[in-house]
Design a binder for this molecule. Structure first.
Ligand code: UD1
Length: 344
């Protein structure tokens, strides 16, 4: 029998790609999503890719009774991957209570329900934002956690602590915290991808919208950082590679391979790219010229961060595989598909 995995936020950007990879690996997926930042037709597109329709429950993870009913309805859910969260850094500064309520209470509800429904483990969607500006690069998992720059970042830190404290208190659950670097790109079929609401805040959606003519020009936030070309450096990880890390994490939990009840892994490529390098890589790999200009720094930006992914490579047995060129081409193909479909 196929093992059942609950994916919260499974119609979102990273969630939808993870559902595809879980199904490709033989898991039976149940999605819970409130569609606050995604569309119901993502479920159709997942089915087009894999040939299997995942179960879908339109539900907010703040709804404890609703979640309880989902666990009871499907029965025997073995593990959870928890993506459902609000994720806009700027918005979190304006609406901190919304972020704290959404992001903390959703996780608390799941952790309370896991023992009741004999759910063995949870994979939590964390972020390299917990490291702030690391003192040593590339950053390893044991680098100190820095004070969060935003309520969004703080919810990632607090949620990691909530999981650790719950396990310390004797809860029988297993947990894997995946600290993502900067997820980009789209599925090679261009059937699923990132769908930003309104003006994109993140680099790649803004860049592809500029390339297709929705935005007049891309602003590069600062060229006076202490980096070789002066622009910020990040570790851009392909979203399908990232999705595969979740499958390996779920395998690890279900096959009792964990060395500790809570494990933490950096999910990145190990390669830092500057904003300017990324722009040039996009131009070269797609043949599309980008209109961009250097502007001032963006408040709250980290100068440079990239992963040491050795632990994920050696312990988890996962490695980023897709080249940055293929990743950027997939993002461009996705943007063109959105245009074709009249969406963006
Ligand atoms: C941020 C968050 C991260 C979160 C991610 C997804 C922090 C420190 N980082 O990552 O936790 O998971 O968003 O929501 O809170 N840039 C431009 N022009 C643009 C947009 C971005 O030059 O129009 C630059 C930025 O200055 C940055 C890089 O591109 O150097 C990447 O920015 P972005 O895609 O927004 O991601 P982060 O800020 O790294």
């Amino acid at each position: 029998m196929k093992e059942k995995i609950l994916v919260t936020g499974g119609t979102g950007f990273i969630g939808s790609h993870t559902v595809v990879e879980l199904q490709n690996s033989g898991y039976d997926v149940i999605i819970v999503d409130n569609l606050s930042n995604s569309r119901a037709d993502v479920v159709d597109n997942i089915e087009k890719i894999t040939g299997i329709r995942p179960a879908f429950e339109h539900l907010d993870c703040l709804d404890y009774a609703g979640l309880d009913a989902v666990f009871a309805k499907y029965g025997d859910i073995k593990a959870i991957i928890h993506f459902a969260a609000s994720k806009a850094v700027g918005e979190s500064v304006e609406k901190p209570l919304l972020y704290y309520r959404n992001n903390l209470v959703s996780l608390i509800n799941l952790l309370e329900l896991m023992p009741k429904h004999q759910v063995k483990g949870i994979v939590f969607s964390s972020s390299c934002t917990v490291y702030g500006q690391p003192d040593i690069l590339p950053v390893t998992e044991d680098a100190p956690i820095k004070k969060a720059e935003s309520p969004y970042g703080n919810t990632k830190q607090i949620n990691e602590e909530i999981i650790c404290d719950t396990v310390k208190s004797g809860s029988p659950i297993q947990a894997i915290l995946l600290r993502y670097f900067n997820p980009i790109g789209a599925h090679p079929t261009a059937l699923i991808g990132e769908m930003p609401n309104g003006v994109p805040m993140n680099l790649i959606p803004f860049l592809t919208q500029t390339a297709i003519g929705i935005r007049e020009k891309l602003s590069v936030f600062g060229d006076d950082y202490n980096t070789p070309d002066g622009s910020c450096i990040r570790d851009y990880i392909n979203v399908v590679d990232l999705a595969k890390a979740h499958v390996v994490a779920i395998d690890r939990i279900l096959q009792d391979k964990q060395a500790e009840q809570v494990e933490v892994f950096n999910i990145g490529t190990g390669r830092g790219l500057s904003v300017l390098e990324l722009i040039h890589a996009f131009e070269e790999s797609t043949g599309v010229k980008l209109n961009y200009q250097i502007v001032g720094r963006r408040a709250g930006d980290i100068e440079q961060v990239w992963a040491n992914p050795d632990k994920a490579n050696n312990v988890l047995g996962w490695k980023a595989e897709t080249s940055i060129e293929d990743t950027l081409r997939s993002a461009w193909k996705w943007q063109q598909k959105l245009r074709e479909d009249g969406i963006q």
